[in-house]
Design a protein around this ligand. Structure first.
Ligand code: NAD
Length: 261
């Protein structure tokens, strides 16, 4: 879709995307900007400023990048403060795409291995969502939060061993529902998207190092291919917008039919 036919459902909004420096988050940030939002890219990778700059150039939106480790409570607080100062308004659209995966046999995994995945994927989602909601409630504004969970919050992936990842994503789905119920009285909608396999740097590492595992992912996806971040972007923009006004605590699967099999 070119910029002339793109709906502008997010005009006047201030959006932040965690993990927005690359992969799914970067494409979602681009879509929110193309739909009219000012967009902050929150990430800890060095390419985040360049991602934000490129999105601004391609969409004409105001963008910024703020370095943020989503597991660091004080850092999250400071990062969202910086976003508000830079973009001039509190964040009222949040997409939490920061996440990590770690494949390790559960009986060989250390507590640190397990905690790190839960810390980034689940606690990080909580910290960012709570920071945004606190400010919205304080300033009496509505908002929309979209968490990026995973089909791995519903099923155990095959063949990779990733108990911590699957558990963290199941946690994100229940966190989403819990926050949705708590905050809907304040006009803040919280919904989740649960993607199937998506081609990004996270999964490219597997396609390059273990083509057989990658082929198994494709074989198990009824649609016959993995998804792209662009497959998710219109859905996330919709959930972020007022058009999704009746969706509260939903978890939308976008998995090419994987869970049907
Ligand atoms: N790729 C898939 O197949 C797939 C499927 C389902 C869900 N997801 C989820 O989608 C989200 C994005 O994944 P992706 O495939 O684009 O991965 P990716 O590795 O390409 O991008 C993840 C981004 O998160 C950032 N990040 C990691 N830890 C962070 C931290 N502590 N603080 C801030 N940023 C941090 C990384 O720097 C990176 O830019 C993740 O939550 C992932 O679990 C991915």
């Amino acid at each position: 879709m070119d910029e002339t036919t793109m709906p502008r459902r997010l005009a006047g909004r201030t959006a932040a995307v965690t993990g927005g420096g690359r992969g799914i988050g970067a494409v979602l940030a681009h879509r929110l900007a193309a739909e009219g939002a000012d967009v902050a890219v929150l990430d800890l990778i060095d390419e985040a400023p360049e991602t934000a700059r490129r999105i601004g150039e391609e969409t004409g939106a105001t963008t910024c990048a703020v370095r943020c480790d989503v597991t660091d409570e004080a850092g999250v607080d400071a990062a969202f403060g910086e976003v508000e100062e830079t973009l001039g308004r509190p964040v009222d659209v949040l997409v939490t795409a920061a996440g990590i995966a770690h494949n390790v046999d559960a009986h060989e995994a250390s507590a640190a291995d397990f905690r790190r995945v839960v810390d980034v994927n689940l606690t990080g989602t909580f910290l960012c969502a709570a920071r945004v909601a606190r400010r919205l409630i304080e300033t009496d504004r509505p908002g929309s939060i979209v968490t990026i969970a995973s089909m791995s919050g519903h099923i155990v992936n095959i063949p990779q061993p990733q108990a911590a990842y699957n558990s963290s994503k199941a946690g994100v789905i229940m966190l989403t529902k819990s926050l949705a119920l708590e905050w809907i009285g304040h006009g803040i909608r919280v919904n989740a998207v649960s993607p199937g396999y998506i081609a990004t740097p996270m999964t490219r590492a597997v396609s390059e190092s273990d083509p057989e595992m990658y082929a198994e992912w494709v074989r198990r996806t009824p649609l016959g291919r993995v998804g792209t971040p662009e497959d998710l972007a219109p859905l996330v923009a919709f959930l972020a917008s007022d058009e999704a006004g009746f969706l509260v605590g939903s978890d939308v699967l976008a998995d090419g039919g994987y869970l049907l099999g």
